[in-house]
Design a protein around this ligand. Structure first.
Ligand SMILES: *[C@@H]1O[C@H](CO)[C@@H](O)[C@H](O)[C@H]1NC(C)=O
Ligand SMILES: *[C@@H]1O[C@H](CO)[C@@H](O)[C@H](O)[C@H]1NC(C)=O
Ligand SMILES: *[C@@H]1O[C@H](CO)[C@@H](O)[C@H](O)[C@H]1NC(C)=O
Ligand SMILES: *[C@@H]1O[C@H](CO)[C@@H](O)[C@H](O)[C@H]1NC(C)=O
Ligand SMILES: *[C@@H]1O[C@H](CO)[C@@H](O)[C@H](O)[C@H]1NC(C)=O
Ligand SMILES: *[C@@H]1O[C@H](CO)[C@@H](O)[C@H](O)[C@H]1NC(C)=O
Ligand SMILES: *[C@@H]1O[C@H](CO)[C@@H](O)[C@H](O)[C@H]1NC(C)=O
Length: 729
């Protein structure tokens, strides 16, 4: 057994022990044929308390049956029997035989020995409220006034000669049931109570052993200084050995996020930096190879931005292979564009499109399998198109955390919606764990063992070729593909973690994504406001408020950056795509009265179905500027006339002097002087003041109907576009 060379202390037999030197008198025996995640966790808790542990059966083939689902476990008794032969005459030695894959120590050896001595028996078994595997034996059990009545073989403590006398009776098969074997001995009154024989009892009130099956509601975490314990509220006890027997592995995983010292309020996470991989020690050429599986399973806003973030990940690109499953014809143009520009950036780039008609589960199987089959694939990084990774270090940080499966926490902006579940309901769907909100809000920071995650995660290639070597994990009964994967991983005993040690990014909403416009993301201001702002609002907009980043080229004409280049371009494209320019006629059916005295060649926002979004934009991004420059004036942010004007020498080149029917007006330049047009600009007569070089994405804001008589100066060449709103008419 070579996993824990520095921490396992090999047991030395000594004839007499000073009575105060408790820990030397207790030997923990456990059977583990593999170093599962659960086994590592067990050893971590044992080492923390300095238990002396002897592991039996490591590396042997497991023949004890699938104890999770049926009877079995006889192999454990056989191994214990053999180990006890050498210890049989150690009268002062107390042996603790426990399971390890689903068990954690919550207290130390001194406490166990003290409690064992208080129990005043030679052998003590763990107890539980449910009888297993033979319900017919129920009547044979001694009745108990309070406490758990039935034996559980996941924990046995006793003096070595007595344990030996029990296990030496074993002569069954490896796949016979260990619990039934112990039960029969316990239920034999002659063996149970006679002092010459075994003198056994059960730990009815969970002084030492807490079996969680049927008892999840009895236990609570108890945060102390330093350590975290489990308290049994039914018996007011602090059990030392916590066992996730039966269906309670997930609950044990939750407890194990804290007990005994994994996380507490004082020091936070204590194992987060254990066994980490330090990539900074590697040359870039030695970085692990990562296959990135990208899944576009529904129309997704901000897909070009998603791909840009992939491109800007801080990871050597020649170590990244990209596999894209795109289920949407709509997105083919986005992928095509990205592929043309970047196909040679990555080590490889493979796209499976909608024409393949793959189900989501099949596509995810395919991506995972590409890594599994490629022995050079060190990690599989699966990411769905609705994950906006804002942290460029994400892949590195996940690799460094060195877990078999780990996802970065991503959440829907300002919502409790995230990519993991802290607990599952009985039918396998979402249930809220006690710590869910604190983890999502990063009030508890660490690496969390959780039962379900989706959207983005990293899996070790070696795990795909070992524990998860089957090919079909995403298709299981009628489960969603990610639920299927997680259930498979749980059943294989592979722990899944979510880390919230860093800010990684967010989940965007794909609901209500209408793709019948030309530039559909423009409409996402309500559904995905953060991404909308990032894409469409000028980089320097917030500096208006922090650094007074605005100008006043004419009296009471304020000039400030508001739209990004993309916003300008997409609005113009949207209008040209719509195409029905008004022609600048006085007769105008679109407005009340049907007559416009100072007509422009324009398209109203309402005509392209953008009026609600536009008004929201005004309230969110224009109103704060109004309040700043016209202090004391509180705009309602309301406007009826919202439109894009097109000036061109061939159609309408200028606009004669006029007032606007507004309290104030905004006028945003949507393209560039000199490159897109010549001429243009705006002149305010009262102040004899002209602005002849409008800037793309910048807006004017000026009073409308009294002081600021103005005209649009002629565009002499090319086409000039502006977006205008008459606010608070
Ligand atoms: C375990 O042993 C180490 C080294 O002897 C000691 O520092 C530590 O306090 C012990 N842990 C406990 C929980 O007793
Ligand atoms: C069991 O053993 C303890 C000493 O370890 C003794 O005090 C007790 O009387 C015994 N019980 C029975 C029922 O023999
Ligand atoms: C795509 O697959 C589904 C289900 O597998 C099937 O019902 C459908 O006919 C397929 N469509 C095409 C175009 O092959
Ligand atoms: C999507 O947008 C189109 C074009 O503006 C509109 O006709 C349609 O009603 C919208 N669909 C939904 C579901 O909102
Ligand atoms: C923001 O302002 C800085 C100068 O302060 C300028 O260099 C930068 O180009 C501006 N950003 C944009 C998008 O115009
Ligand atoms: C307006 O300003 C220009 C120079 O900017 C000047 O030549 C002209 O005389 C001014 N007109 C009036 C009426 O002040
Ligand atoms: C008008 O613009 C076009 C390109 O947009 C350019 O080729 C042409 O020279 C310009 N004409 C004048 C008179 O500036």
């Amino acid at each position: 057994f070579c996993g824990y060379p520095s921490t396992v202390k090999f047991f030395k037999l000594r004839k007499f022990y000073p009575s105060f030197f408790f820990s030397e008198k207790l030997l923990v025996l456990t059977v583990a044929t593999e170093e599962t995640d659960g086994f590592r966790r067990f050893m971590q808790s044992a080492n923390y308390f300095n238990y002396t542990v002897k592991v039996l059966g490591m590396g042997e083939a497991w023949k004890g049956g699938d104890v999770g689902r049926s009877i079995g476990g006889g192999q454990k008794v056989k191994l214990l029997k053999k180990a006890m032969e050498d210890l049989a005459d150690q009268e002062d030695l107390v042996v603790l035989s426990v399971d390890s894959y689903d068990l954690i120590f919550a207290g130390g050896p001194e406490e166990i020995l003290r409690k064992f001595q208080q129990a005043n028996h030679k052998v003590l078994f763990a107890a539980e409220g449910l009888i297993w595997p033979d319900k017919r034996l129920s009547d044979k059990y001694p009745s108990v006034r309070s406490g758990k009545r039935y034996l559980n073989s996941g924990g046995i403590i006793g003096y070595a000669p007595y344990i030996n006398r029990i296990v030496s009776q074993w002569n069954l098969h490896d796949n016979d049931d260990d619990q039934l074997f112990y039960t029969k001995i316990y239920l034999d009154p002659l063996q149970r109570v006679s002092i010459e024989t075994l003198n056994m009892t059960l730990d009815h009130k969970c002084q030492i052993f807490q079996n969680l099956n049927g008892a999840v509601d009895e236990v609570l975490l108890k945060f102390g200084t330093g350590r975290v314990r489990v308290r049994n509220t039914a018996y007011d006890s602090l059990p030392v050995v916590v066992h996730g027997n039966g269906n309670t592995k997930m609950y044990l995983n939750y407890l194990g996020n804290y007990v005994p010292n994994a996380w507490n309020y004082e020091h936070g996470c204590s194992h987060c930096d254990d066994d980490v991989v330090d990539l900074s020690q590697l040359k870039v050429s030695e970085y692990p190879n990562v296959l990135v599986g990208v899944f576009i399973e529904q129309p997704t806003p901000f897909l070009p931005e998603f791909f840009q973030r992939l491109l800007t990940l801080d990871y050597p690109k020649d170590k990244l292979k990209i596999f894209v499953h795109n289920n949407e014809v709509y997105h083919e143009k986005h992928i095509q564009r990205f592929w043309e520009e970047n196909r040679n950036v990555f080590s490889s780039f493979k796209v499976v499109g909608p024409e393949e008609n793959l189900s989501q589960g099949e596509a995810r199987n395919m991506g995972m399998d590409l890594c599994r089959k490629d022995a050079t694939c060190d990690y599989y990084f699966s990411i769905d198109s609705d994950v906006m990774l804002t942290n460029r270090q994400t892949v590195k940080l996940l690799i460094e955390q060195n877990r078999k499966i780990i996802g970065p926490l991503v959440t829907r902006h300002s919502k409790l919606w995230s990519n993991f579940w802290g607990a599952l309901s009985l039918d396998g769907y979402y249930a809220r764990s006690e710590d869910y909100v604190d983890i999502v809000q990063r009030k508890r920071v660490g690496v969390w063992n959780i039962p379900y995650m989706a959207h983005v995660y990293l899996v070790k290639g070696s795990v795909l070729r070992n524990e998860l070597k089957e090919r079909n994990y995403f298709v299981l009964e009628k489960l969603d593909p990610d639920m299927a994967l997680c259930r498979n991983a749980r059943e294989m005993g592979v722990f899944m973690y979510i880390t919230n040690r860093h800010d990684f990014g967010r989940l965007i909403s794909t609901a209500n994504y209408n793709i019948s416009h030309y530039n559909n993301d423009l409409w996402q201001i309500f559904e995905n406001p953060v991404d909308w702002k990032e894409k469409y609002i000028h980089q320097n907009y917030t500096r208006i408020f922090t650094e007074n980043f605005l100008e006043q080229p004419c009296p009471d004409v304020f000039w400030f950056p508001v739209f990004s280049v993309k916003a300008c371009d997409e609005i113009v494209e949207e209008m040209e795509h719509y195409g029905s320019w008004s022609g600048g006629k006085h007769e105008d059916k679109r407005i009340s009265g049907g007559y416009e005295t100072v007509p422009t060649d324009d398209i109203h926002m309402k005509q392209i179905g953008f009026d609600k979004e536009w008004l929201h934009f005004i309230r969110e991004f224009i109103s704060p500027v109004t309040l700043k420059v016209f202090s004391g004036y509180y705009t309602k942010g309301y406007a009826i006339m919202n439109f894009v004007v097109k000036y061109t020498p061939e159609r309408q080149a200028y606009l004669r002097p006029h007032h606007d029917s507004s309290t104030f007006t905004i006028n945003i330049a949507l393209n560039n002087k000199d490159t897109d047009f010549q001429g243009g600009g705006c002149r305010f007569h009262r102040y004899n003041c002209s602005i002849e070089s409008p800037r793309k994405g910048w807006s004017f804001m000026h009073p409308g109907r009294l002081t600021h008589l103005h005209e649009g100066l002629p565009t002499t060449n090319g086409t000039r576009y502006i977006a205008v709103s008459f606010i608070d008419p």
